[in-house]
Design a protein around this ligand. Sequence first.
Ligand SMILES: [Zn+2]
Length: 326
Amino acid sequence: MSKKVYLGVGHGGSDPGAVANGFKEKDLNLSIALACYEVLSRHGVNTLMSRGKDENDPLAERIRECNAFSPDLAIDIHNNAGGGDGVEVYHSQRASSDDAFAKNVLDAIVAIGQNSRGLKTKTLDNGNAYFGFIREIKCPAVLVECAFVDNKTDLAIIDTPGEQKAMGIAIAKGILKTLGVAYQEPAAPVEEKIVYFRGGKHYTSANGNNGREVKAGPAKITNYVKGAKHPYHVIHTDKSSTVYGWVNEDRIETSYVVRTPEVGDIVTFAGGKHYVGSNSDTGYNAKGGSAKVTNYVKGAKHPYHLVRVAGGTSTVYGWVDADTIK
Ligand SMILES: [Zn+2]
C-alpha cells in the first residue's frame, strides 16, 4: 500500500488569513502546498490537498475530508502574524509519533535557513489540543507556521515563487522522513509542457481509484508513469481549471497552444458575470458557451467584451474577466 498524506491549505476564498506587506497568507499557503504536493506525488505518496486554488475551505470540511481519506499523516500549512520571527510547528501531546513528525518538519525548514521558534503545543483548558486540525483528525496531525507575513525580515524567506517552492520542498522532506521514504532529487526534469485538460476526474495516484471531478483548462504536465491507469500528472496553470492530480490519457489535449484571445476569435465563455463596462462593478450572470471576442481593453478589470454566438447556449453580451474564457 502506498503511503497517504493529507495537506491542509490554510484559509482561502473570503478568508485571507494574515494580510501584510502586500501578501495574503492564503496565497502563500497554496503556493507552498503545491510545491510540497509535487514532491510527495513524485515519491509515490498518495496525496490529497484540501484545496488546489483560491476558494473557501472551512476547517470543518478539511477535518471531515481528511478523516474520510484516512491518511498516514496530515499537516495544515499556514503562515504567521504577530511580528515574530521564524518557523513554529504545533503538534498534539497524545503520541510521540506526532512529536517526531513535527520535529522532522521543523528540522527540514531550519535546514533551508529559517530561524526556529521550536515545537509548540497549545491546549484548551480541558487539555485537548487548541487547533481543531490537530484535535479532530485521527492520524498524526501537525500545523506549521512557516514565517511571519507581518515581519518583513522574516517574510523575506518566502517572498518569491522560488522561495515558496523551496519551503514546500522542505515540508515534503520532513513528511517523507516521517514516512520512512528516502528523498530523491528529480532524476531528469520532467518536460513541463502546457497542455489542455479536457475536464473530468483527477486521482491522487497514478493507479488510484476514487477520482474527483475537476474543471477543464490549461495545465502543465509534471509527471508521467508509462502504463499506469492515469498516466499523466498535471497541475492547472490558471484559474479556469482546478486539476492537480493524475489523469487519464484521453483527458489531455497536447496540441493546445497557449495564446491570448484576440478580437474576432470565437472562444468558450465559462459562464459567470458579465459587466456593463470594462471597469464597471455592475455585473449580471450569463450562461456559458461559445462567444465572439468583439473588443479588448488591456489592463481593464474585465478586459474582454463578448457577444454570444447565435444558436449557442451562452447568454453573454458584455465585459468579462480574462479567467472566464478560453
Ligand atoms: Zn493561518
